[in-house]
Design a protein around this ligand. Sequence first.
Ligand SMILES: [Zn+2]
Length: 388
Amino acid sequence: MTFADPGTAQRGDTPEAREYNRVRRRLSILDFLVGLALLAVLLGTGWTNTLRDWAYEAAGQRYALAVFFYVAMLALLSKALTLGLDYYSFRLEHRYQLSNQRLRSWIWDQAKGWIIGLVLGAVVVELVYWTIRISPERWWVLAWAIFVVLSVFFAQIAPVLLFPLFYKFEPLDNQELRERLLQLSDRAGTRVREVYEWKLSEKSRKANAALAGLGRTRRIIISDTLLENYTPEEIEAVLAHELGHHVHKHVQKSIVVEMAITFFGFWATAAVLRYAVNELGMFDRLADFANLPLLALLSAVMSFLIMPVLNAYSRHNERQADSYSLRAIPDVAPFISSMDKLAEQNLAERNPSRLVEWFFHSHPPVSERIETARRFAARHTHAETAEA
Ligand SMILES: [Zn+2]
């Protein structure tokens, strides 16, 4: 939902941007494949049963505690296998002068991220096996409902509780800019409580902004890297895009889309698990949590296959938000210059190949977004001339 997504990579102009984004893409694919390989090996060799037995022993044969130990071992194994790739990503950001994070701070972030992932992952897995035990036939419907509630809940509290674990936030000092941004929000019909400065520069040279939270926690977040280098008009253009997401109810629509997709996902997972237990005899019973790698493998493969569809949907939403932004600001020039600056600062590809865009990009290419703005401006000027 963010304005410029630094998490996804983009081919195009400078050889530098092309190379940086190519390496980033390869790293994320490799990371995904290593994860799949781990799950496949655990299942294929039967080592998952050994892990389960260890977990039971460590837990004094208590089921729920054993599930937690099993998840913890899986998380440890996975981190041990992908830590090299993570470190390579860290070095890559430095090589392209996109990061100034110290190694110690990075290690600390990795540790925090791992612990949060373990806690959230354990909660989900405990709930899934709880539903399997209370309703072996219809567990997936209940598990799906719990999953939807949890993911909506976490998406809302993440900006308030999780982001501050990694970054500092302070109420925006610049009162004039704060007023301008709050007025822009009012015109979009959203009640924003506060504007926060996101201290991103301690770790990164990239820039970003977001409208986060719901109700009492709704807030505008603007990185200090953006505040430093962009004019108030450019910052307004960036925020107007975020407000476009709000006006078009993209959060609510995305939740509905995800509900539909995960409903099918849980159903398919349950069907495969039943087949693996009843027909193939891979596990003694459904509630044997040694089958967790099978569930994880299925969800990873399905997420991968659905990615182009979700990205296409996201690009559609981004175009709508851009369109709102162009209408909400008095002049399109700051929109175009902010796009240019962001692409430059984040080393984004302005013209990725069709295939890369189709599969990996949650945002339309910068070149296209600028072109749309130019066309909008041209139409606008023509209309005015016609009226005069
Ligand atoms: Zn957006």
